[in-house]
Design a protein around this ligand. Sequence first.
Ligand code: MTE
Length: 313
Amino acid sequence: MLIKRPSDIKSSEITDEAIYLRRREFMQATAGLALMPLFGAAVAKTSALAELKFKKNSKLSSSETLTDYNSITTYNNFYEFGTDKSSPAKHAHRLTTSPWSIVVDGHAKKTGKFDLEDILKPHSLEERIYRLRCVERWSMVVPWVGFSLADLIKRFQPTSKAKYVAFETLHRPEEMTGQKRSVLEWPYVEGLRMDEAMNPLTILAVGLYGKTMPNQNGAPIRLVVPWKYGFKSIKSIARISFVEKEPPTSWNISIPSEYGFYSNVNPEVDHPRWSQKKERRIGEFLRRDTLMFNGYAEQVAHLYKGMDLKKYY
Ligand code: MTE
């Protein structure tokens, strides 16, 4: 992954304290409003983001200071719109997110092509405040709005042959102009082992800060796996496949010596070119220690019991 040194980070990328102090006010306002129908105006190309109806899941949420909205939506990795952190915010408005459909295929009783509205209908949304820790050693705390991936998976009734879940981002170079360059193999692909996908922490997110997902953050629907490096959290999902074998993943295809399938946040396993022991929280000056499984060890360490995490990095 391309790396930005702390000295390259502009002051505009640091949390504005005034914005942070107004966070509670903002959250109360967004949570209490009369809410628009899910995804009505929200997914139109240029329309303002719609308020979402959701419940806070405090049990599964971090109580850390939220990263400000501006940083979350202007400091992005979304190579389909360029490799600079600032490119997605500039170019992702080109992506048409409505209509949107997702192909579900592979080893499951129910498969097919489904409109996003039909995918979302049975799910009630929750706000989950999760850390997003990038392998590039920066992290954020994001109030995602989404629902449990496990609940979605159950609806499609995967068979016993489904050992992994593979995900694919949309491939539409006319709108995702970064796809005209071969910086990665397109479409972007990712995968999870079935038990990782079914873990209660794993969500599909459709919004953040109480509103529908900004395009640059992966509209209209993306994965968030809080104990793994951010790159596992694939954006703008167009295909979900139930597969028997470990699926290919974009960063592993691109640089296999640096990125493995598991990609758990693990301060004990250095990236070949830099240590993973510390991180810089966007909005803070001093670096902090990176926690095993990004602080979610209690919920997920059992998934990797007996595995050599230096080998399965
Ligand atoms: N998904 C797609 N389709 N394309 C990408 O380039 N980048 C990944 C991940 N999902 C990426 C992607 C990386 S490297 C990170 S760190 C996170 O998205 C960043 O998410 P954010 O921009 O919402 O912070």
